[in-house]
Design a binder for this molecule. Sequence first.
Ligand SMILES: O=C(O)CCC(=O)C(=O)O
Ligand SMILES: [Fe+2]
Length: 208
Amino acid sequence: MGPGESSSDILLRAGLQRVPSQRLELFIKRDFLDPLHCETLIDLIEAERRPSTIANHNGDDNFRTSETCDLHHDHPAVAELDRKLAEISGIDPVYGERLQGQRYEVGQEFKAHTDYFEPDHADYQTYCSVSGQRTWTFMIYLNTVEAGGATRFKVIDKIIQPEVGKLLAWNNRRPDGSLNAATLHHAMKVRKGLKYVITRWYRERPWG
Ligand SMILES: O=C(O)CCC(=O)C(=O)O
Ligand SMILES: [Fe+2]
């Protein structure tokens, strides 16, 4: 296994729990980040948020209605998160895209999608020629949402509720390396309050 890979063994040893499913490797760890750390990260997202975009626009302007924020590693709270993710995932941070914060208001969502890029899409080369395909996704909920905002994995019929500091990790591929369509997931509409998450997508090759 290379420096850009995580695995079930690594994650179970690090104390994550596997969500029972034959179809996808999905893991959860509660209290991965402490609430104070989460609050600092929320403040950073608040300070620099901008409308989210999507790589392969599909004609639906309401597909991803959240706001996004690139997080900079020169901030100690971001550097500390980066370090913790490296420790728990076993993946060298050079394989990671920049950490990205998302903020959802009431009514905002990210409709069902997969995190990998469709190889037959016209823009595939643009997004993947240097660093390759996305491999693992690690996502942290920064707050406990008052109502709504769960992440739903439709294919395996699993709904994960946002809770402050909870980590979610999944392999976007099957054990044989092929892209796993069962990773399809939907950030459901927030019904009350705000929702903040941070996402880290890893690549096959170093990011850059
Ligand atoms: O906010 C969520 O629950 C999921 C976010 C997501 O799927 C993404 O940013 O790719
Ligand atoms: Fe996603």
